[in-house]
Design a protein around this ligand. Structure first.
Ligand code: 8YV
Length: 329
């Protein structure tokens, strides 16, 4: 990449401090009205940019990357999940891809805990009822939920976020269980007092609460299939702050509608921003609009990571958060 300021296309509106810094450091093209890029706009961006800064709302697929101009050398994703980028197509074109891990761990784990609490305790159901003017007063049997303390929490995906959820969960008196592609080191397991289940099917059958915290990959797409979900206990609650596509949403709706599981807390949705209409009709579901990392501090930290990744790449160094390394400058 040349020594002049690189042409950077940013597909969504970022926090002001981040945008200002980007304007200082790069020849940045910002998205001032924050509209979602169409595939045509994305294609146009990769044709001319040296660096693309996409988010989860962009589909940087093989068709888009096939149109990438010779100048495009870096995709510096604003976000940790990179399932919306065709990594194989990027690698084939020698494009480096970076992400923003670490800085959204605590915020996402906090939101996960919020759903773990809100779903069995019927918090949003109660709020809806109150706002609708239907609350007639306290009653001994009114809107009873289920106790959190002493329940078994099964974490699917024990990476940074899964571990941060485990730490919080212990404070709420939950016993922590987990399934992961690879068992975590013994010292981590001991610190988290977490029990490892090699067999996901077996873990699902014994948990009171399930939290999905793994990335969306070819291996995890549809991992919580109809057959697997059917293993959940009748009172079990499932929480997802990872990606909607990891759970078979229709199968989940079947179980929720038939009251074959206790409830669900979903921050992510299979066809986001379209929310499954079957979910919208259910009262045993807490729905949030992908708020996992939505804090001011978190979004600024993500932006700073993007800037560091671009800057180090432009300066000829290896960016710290490489997902794949393309041709160096
Ligand atoms: C981000 C996320 O806000 O980083 C992730 O993987 O899921 C979100 O919390 C989003 O991806 C931004 O692109």
């Amino acid at each position: 990449m040349s020594t002049k300021k690189p042409d950077v296309v940013v597909t969504r509106k970022l926090p002001e401090a981040v945008e200002v810094r980007m304007m200082e450091l790069f020849r940045a093209r910002l998205n001032t009205d924050d509209h979602r890029f169409t595939q045509a706009e994305l294609t146009e961006a990769v044709e001319s940019a040296e660096v693309l800064v996409p988010t989860v709302t962009d589909r940087v697929d093989a068709a888009v990357l096939a149109k990438a101009g010779p100048k495009l050398k870096l995709i510096a994703n604003f976000g940790t999940g990179i399932n919306h980028i065709d990594l194989k197509a990027a690698a084939e074109r020698g494009i480096t891809v970076t992400n923003t891990p670490g800085v959204l761990t605590d915020d996402t784990a906090d939101l996960t805990m919020a759903l773990i609490l809100a779903t069995p305790r019927r918090i949003t159901e109660g709020e809806r009822l109150l706002r609708a003017g239907q609350w007639t007063g306290w009653g001994p049997t009114f809107l009873l939920g289920h106790r959190i303390t002493g329940q078994r929490l099964g974490i699917v995906g024990m990476g940074r976020i899964g571990q941060a959820v485990a730490r919080r969960a212990r404070g709420f008196g939950l016993s922590v269980h987990y399934h992961n592609r690879k068992r975590v080191p013994e010292a981590t397991e001991a610190e988290l007092e977490a029990a490892y289940w090699e067999d996901l099917d077996q873990m699902l059958a014994h948990m009171d609460i399930i939290s999905v915290n793994c990335p969306l990959t070819d291996a995890t797409r549809g991992m919580l299939s109809a057959a697997r979900l059917a293993r959940l206990q009748r009172h079990a609650v499932i929480v997802n702050t990872a990606r909607g596509e990891i759970i078979d949403e229709d199968a989940l709706c079947d179980l929720l509608e038939k009251r074959l599981i206790g409830g669900a807390g979903l921050d992510v949705h299979q066809n986001a921003p379209h929310v499954n209409p079957r979910l919208l009709k259910l009262d045993n579901v807490v729905l949030t609009p992908h708020l996992g990392s939505a804090t001011v501090a978190g979004r600024i930290a993500m932006g700073e990571k993007v800037i560091i990744n671009i800057k180090s790449f432009v300066d000829g160094n290896a960016p710290p958060d490489r997902v794949i390394s393309g041709v160096t400058t």
